[in-house]
Write a protein that binds this ligand. Structure first.
Ligand SMILES: Nc1nc2c(c(=O)[nH]1)N[C@H]1C(S)=C(S)[C@@H](COP(=O)(O)OP(=O)(O)OC[C@H]3O[C@@H](n4cnc5c(=O)[nH]c(N)nc54)[C@H](O)[C@@H]3O)O[C@H]1N2
Ligand SMILES: Nc1nc2c(c(=O)[nH]1)N[C@H]1C(S)=C(S)[C@@H](COP(=O)(O)OP(=O)(O)OC[C@H]3O[C@@H](n4cnc5c(=O)[nH]c(N)nc54)[C@H](O)[C@@H]3O)O[C@H]1N2
Ligand SMILES: [Mo]
Length: 766
């Protein structure tokens, strides 16, 4: 290896310590200091995930004992302080800064200005946002909606919205007349929502937190919990200390999966010690999980042939179908292809199979590294098939555990945010409310953006999020936004999607989850569903960022009342008391029996998960094995010089919200313009650590580029490279998707690299 690969690059300092520990406490203190008055912060943070407090907006990992002591979590603290910040974006500030000038700023700077304080309307003459009254805002929205066909309007949801807000939002859209519900889940776990129902009958995970107490093996695939599900680290830490093997599949070495010091563990903190998390770490190729999973399955079948002890044959014959087809395909898949496409050896995969056969209860946890591929749905079904081989669904300590993204993304889907509603749900809506909801399917996220780009859709109403920035290909999405007749954003903070103004653009500021929501003088609570289908209440206590703010349910109801003069929905009553919204949810969606009673118990209740009882709500009534044709995803674009780009979150980031420019555990400080690459590829491509390169999409027919990225030497698998999201979205074509679920292939964009300069950039281009 060239000695230059050890030279110093500004802002790049390999990190040697464990994840968590004192570094995490220090980072929390900094987050608090930058955003809040230090006096208020401790009591705010202590209310996170407490019975009488608010649900952490950070992630969807459940709490073991809702109501026990405050669980420390660095990134949860960042999420809370970012919302509870004392900084404000006032109408005066917006009058002084044109939209054109604000658009030159990054989302990091825009959100950094603080909370929105008043309803705003874009004024084209001055190119600024101006304050309007709520009534005027609703009137302008109603005017535009009145002139459009319902299917010309897209209703986007980002998964932070509560069950109550999301339910009212879908009610508004369906009474208006459309099923156009693009949502963040379409960019996230849609492969789970589409794949799992085919395998086990429901599109959700089957484990609850207790299962981790009796699990004997964890396979962790394609997720980075130290950053994205920090409270999961407590669980993994406990398992590792009990010597339960945790086998990780991830192209990148992620520090928290290697070593973690639990800030809740006094001993570790006092002695600066830590616990090894992964028992084995396999750096699979990006997109190589299907080959790896098939290799494990193949070795399991071989052990079965030798010993007859590897499969749960009773389970397979009683509860499943299509095993023979699945097994035949696995037999037909050669070890050569498996090794080539996974980047792992036969011996590696055989030893995973040994551990798997030894374990009486196995859980597979997975995230975006599995779903955001152009065969993401296939990947999910393959994981389910591997679990079915040994009856690992519907018994204690075992199951499938998709790690959800936004803190209530799962709840949003449960309460009706879907472009393909079931006829049962629609007829219940009709019976309860009296209007006839549309039955034809609507648009998902990519379809919505395409419809907007082609002017088939003319309006976009967003319940949170940063739609145009989160989607691939900003060239297309930014232009599409600018062509709209109407865009409406219900939001807490300013972002670039808001600034891509159309003919009529309104910004409606809402309460965040930490804030007191009073309706008719009574403190309201909302509800959310976590990754393990637990539904519980959350109520904020902080004084709202501005007296002008309204709650999300109130804003949705305000729009609906103005836009639907003959509405049959009692909007005002519903908003005056959220218990009534929950009653409507209970009447129209199964699983919410005695909703209001059950959320008043600390910890809430679990939604029905029939596969836990080995009841399979599939068409055949059985769980299904399925065949993954071949061993890899769409590699129509191949070639020695084609690399697979993984787009990633840094440690100081929440999706498009950037808290700061560091990514501590990956050794990056004060910059985001980096490209992670392994030694082998550096050498193969004639590059050196610190070189500046340009990237170009290798998908035929596209000339998409990302320029001036600094190459950083990193432990990542061969042929795979990593860069941060959303910056790298300029390299992903909008229709480079998983055809089954519509999920963009954010984790396997084919790109080529060209050297721009041998010189090390003096200062990072941020
Ligand atoms: N602090 C914080 N918390 C968050 C978020 C956040 O941005 N910040 N986002 C929230 C949301 S919406 C979501 S969806 C989740 C996301 O949580 P994750 O699922 O952890 O998402 P990513 O950071 O995108 O990282 C995916 C991991 O997959 C690995 N990976 C990439 N490609 C592959 C592959 O082909 N195979 C395998 N096996 N691994 C691969 C990457 O190296 C990385 O470690 O987190 C949620 N929580
Ligand atoms: N390249 C690449 N692209 C990706 C991904 C990736 O891994 N790689 N991940 C994808 C995934 S998993 C997801 S989930 C999407 C995320 O896509 P989105 O959910 O659309 O994006 P966020 O960045 O979470 O949205 C941030 C904005 O939400 C608003 N907000 C924050 N809190 C609240 C609130 O309480 N109420 C309301 N109304 N608004 C609020 C603020 O205005 C903030 O600017 O991005 C996807 N895009
Ligand atoms: Mo997500």
């Amino acid at each position: 290896m060239s000695r230059k690969n050890h030279r110093t690059v500004p802002g790049v300092h390999p990190y040697d310590g464990p994840a968590g520990g004192w570094g995490a406490l220090k980072a929390t203190a900094i987050a608090v200091k930058n955003q809040m008055e230090t006096l208020k912060a401790p009591s705010t943070l202590m209310r996170t995930n407490q019975p009488d407090g608010f649900d952490c907006p950070g992630c969807a990992w459940p709490d073991k004992d809702h109501g026990s002591t405050f669980q420390f979590c660095e990134n949860g603290a960042k999420a809370v302080t970012w919302e509870a910040t004392t900084k404000r974006v006032t109408p005066e500030f917006l009058a002084e800064n044109t939209v054109t000038s604000l658009l030159k700023r990054t989302d990091f700077e825009l959100e950094g200005y603080g909370r929105l304080t008043a309803p705003l309307r874009y004024d084209a003459a001055s190119d600024t946002f101006r304050e309007v009254s709520w009534d005027d805002a609703f009137m302008h929205i109603a005017d535009r909606l009145g002139a459009l066909q319902p299917d010309e309007v897209e209703f986007y949801t980002s998964g932070r919205a509560s069950n109550e807000a999301a339910y009212l939002f879908q009610l508004f859209a369906r009474e208006y007349g459309t099923n156009n519900f693009p949502d963040c889940s379409n960019m996230c776990h849609e492969a789970t929502s589409v794949g799992l129902p085919q395998s086990i009958g429901i599109g959700k995970g089957t484990v609850s937190l207790d299962d981790f107490d009796s699990a004997e093996l964890i396979l962790s695939m394609g997720h980075n919990p130290g950053t994205n599900h920090p409270r999961m680290m407590g669980t993994l830490h406990e398992l590792a200390r009990r010597k339960v093997p945790i086998i990780v599949f991830n192209p990148m070495r992620e520090r928290a999966l290697e070593r973690f010091a639990d800030p809740q563990n006094v001993m570790e903190m006092a002695t600066y010690s830590s616990t090894d998390i992964a028992s084995t770490y396999y750096q699979v190729r990006a997109g190589g999980d299907s080959a790896a999973l098939k290799g494990i399955a193949k070795a399991v079948l071989e052990i079965e042939a030798e010993t007859g002890t590897a499969l749960d044959n009773d389970f397979i014959s009683e509860h499943t179908q299509d095993f023979e087809r699945f097994a035949a395909d696995i037999h037909a898949t050669s070890w050569n292809t498996i090794e080539h496409d996974s980047g792992l050896t036969q011996a590696n995969l055989r030893s995973v199979a040994q551990a798997y056969v030894k374990s009486k209860a196995t859980i597979v946890t997975y995230g975006m590294g599995i779903t955001q591929h152009n065969r993401g749905t296939d990947n999910v079904r393959l994981i389910a098939s591997l679990l079915l081989m040994r009856g690992n669904i519907g018994k204690p300590g075992a199951g499938i555990c998709p790690l959800r993204g936004h803190s209530n993304v799962q709840g949003n889907r449960t309460v009706g945010i879907t472009e393909k509603p079931s006829s049962d749900f629609l007829s219940k809506l009709q019976n309860v409310f009296g209007f006839t909801p549309p039955s034809h399917h609507g648009h998902d996220a990519v379809q919505a953006m395409k419809a907007m780009a082609e002017k088939r859709a003319k309006a976009l109403i967003c319940l949170g999020g940063n739609f145009a920035v989160a989607l691939p290909d900003p060239d297309v999405s930014f232009a599409a936004m600018r062509g709209l007749e109407l865009s409406v954003h219900i939001a807490t903070k300013l972002n670039r999607t808001h600034l891509l103004t159309g003919k009529e653009t309104l910004l409606l500021p809402c309460l965040g989850r930490t804030e007191l929501d009073e309706q008719s003088g009574i403190r309201q609570s909302i509800t959310v569903e976590d990754s393990m289908s637990m539904v519980h209440a959350s109520s904020g206590k902080l004084k709202p960022a501005s007296p002008m703010l309204r709650s999300e349910p109130a804003i949705v109801a305000g729009m609906a009342k103005a836009a639907l003069p003959d509405t049959l929905v009692p909007w005002s009553e519903l908003v005056a008391d959220y218990d009534l919204i929950r009653e409507m949810i209970e009447k129209t969606i199964p699983g919410f029996e005695s909703y209001n009673d059950r959320i008043r118990h600390p910890g809430g209740f679990q939604m029905p998960l029939p596969p836990r009882e080995r009841i399979w709500p599939t068409e055949s009534g059985k769980a299904a094995f399925s065949v993954y044709q071949g061993t890899h995803e769409d590699l129509s674009v191949e070639g020695e010089d084609v690399m697979r780009l993984i787009t990633l979150r840094s440690h100081d980031q929440y999706n498009t919200t950037i808290y700061a420019l560091d990514d501590r555990y990956r050794g990056i400080f004060g910059r985001r313009d980096v490209l992670f690459m392994c030694d082998h590829d550096l050498e193969r491509l004639g590059l050196e650590h610190g070189n500046v390169v340009d990237l170009e999409s290798a998908v035929p027919g596209y000339s998409m580029r990302l320029e001036a990225m600094t190459v950083v030497r990193y432990a990542i698998s061969q042929g795979s490279i990593g860069a941060y999201y959303p910056e790298a979205n300029v390299l992903i074509p909008l229709d480079y998707i998983d055809k089954e679920s519509g999920t963009p292939s954010y984790k396997s964009a084919p790109v080529r690299i060209t050297l721009r300069s041998h010189e090390i950039a003096k200062t990072p281009a941020t």
